[in-house]
Every structure is written in structure tokens, then in C-alpha cells.
Design a protein around this ligand. Structure first.
Ligand code: GDP
Ligand code: MG
Length: 177
């Protein structure tokens, strides 16, 4: 049911943020097209993807923006966040620094984004948990303290990807309707 001109009841914008190479683009391609790439091609060209989702009797078109390789702080402009009702803030469970930077991303999100944005914290790459540098509880506790949703995912093995996007989208729908 991905046809472009299908009638939709709501159009939601959501954004992906987080350090470079944490898996944002692969999470998005997994969610929107069920695709994964092993080579790390920085995002070029396509800056957002759509997916239509049915929630109850409503058809929601989720428009999800990707950073197009501009993950340096302050490189993302306020227009990226403008109108966004949701955000997926992604770190890599095998690189502690990407988790430490979550604070900075959240700060930027709260500076530029709307205050009632639904934010899901994502610890990605759960398939290589033998290389883990961030305990699941660290992610969970941080999310709880900051009132974020939280999930560990694997874009590679397609674990919790659908669930995490759907959590964000259904929550946005609850707030917006
Ligand atoms: P982005 O810069 O945040 O958009 O990250 P990418 O989606 O380009 O992914 C960066 C690298 O991590 C690529 O080599 C991907 O193949 C790899 N990657 C992404 N998601 C996962 C995952 O869930 N598990 C593993 N093992 N590798 C992943
Ligand atoms: Mg990318």
C-alpha cells in the first residue's frame, strides 16, 4: 500500500539524528524499503523517505528525513527540524562516544524542535552485542530520565526497526488527533 497518490488522513514529518555511521540511513531504508547496505555510503541525494501506515481506520503518511551526512553539530539547520513531530535519536551500542553525544543531540533537538516532539532513543547494532560499549540499562535509564521512548535495534537483522518507528508514529498520532 505504498502507492504515492493514495489518499492519506495525516502527513507527519519526523527526523533522524545522531552521530555519523550509527546506522540512521540503514534504519530508514529498512523501514521504508526493507533494504540494508553493508558498505557505509554517506547519505547522498534522497533526504527523506515516505511510508504509509494504517492506524485504526486512518491512513498516515510518515515523511522521515535523513541527515544527508551533515552530522557535525550545528551543521543541521533549523529547517531540518521545522514542523517535525517526531525524532529518532540514534547511537551505536558498540561506540560509547556516540552515546555520550546523545546529550548534545537532545540539546539541539530541544533548541530547534518543537517542545512536544515525540523522541525515541535508539541503541542500534544490537546484532553485534559482543562488541557492546553501552549497556542496555544505560540507554534505558537515560531515556527514562529525559522522558524519551527507548529501544535497541538492529537494522542489519531487522530487529525492532518496525516496532521503534511504529511506536513513534502511533504516539504522534495519539497526540495529534
Ligand atoms: P549513518 O551515517 O548514521 O546514516 O549510518 P549508515 O546507515 O550509513 O551505517 C553506517 C555503517 O554501519 C554501515 O557500514 C552499515 O552497514 C552499518 N550498520 C548500520 N546498521 C547496522 C546494524 O544494525 N548492525 C550492524 N552490524 N551494522 C550496521
Ligand atoms: Mg546516513
Amino acid at each position: 500500500d505504498d502507492s504515492y497518490d493514495e489518499e492519506c488522513d495525516y502527513l507527519f514529518k519526523a527526523v533522524l539524528i545522531g552521530d555519523s555511521a550509527v546506522g540512521k540511513s540503514n534504519l530508514l531504508s529498512r523501514f521504508s524499503r526493507d533494504e540494508f547496505r553493508l558498505d557505509s555510503k554517506p547519505t547522498i541525494g534522497v533526504e527523506f523517505a515516505y511510508r504509509n501506515i494504517r492506524v485504526g481506520d486512518k491512513l498516515i503518511k510518515a515523511q522521515i528525513w535523513d541527515t544527508a551526512g551533515q552530522e557535525r553539530f550545528r551543521a543541521i539547520t533549523s529547517s531540518y527540524y521545522r514542523g517535525a513531530l517526531g525524532a529518532m535519536l540514534v547511537y551505536d551500542i558498540t561506540r560509547r562516544a556516540t552515546f555520550d553525544n546523545v546529550k548534545k543531540w537532545l540539546h539541539e533537538l530541544r533548541e530547534f524542535g518543537s517542545s512536544d516532539m515525540v523522541v525515541v532513543l535508539i541503541g542500534n547494532k544490537s546484532d553485534i552485542s559482543h562488541l557492546r560499549e553501552v549497556e542496555e540499562d544505560d540507554g534505558k535509564n537515560f531515556a527514562e530520565a529525559e522522558a524519551l521512548y527507548f529501544m535497541e535495534t538492529s537494522a542489519l537483522e531487522n530487529l525492532n526497526v518496525e516496532e521503534s518507528f511504529m511506536q513513534m508514529i502511533t504516539r504522534i498520532h495519539e497526540i495529534a488527533s
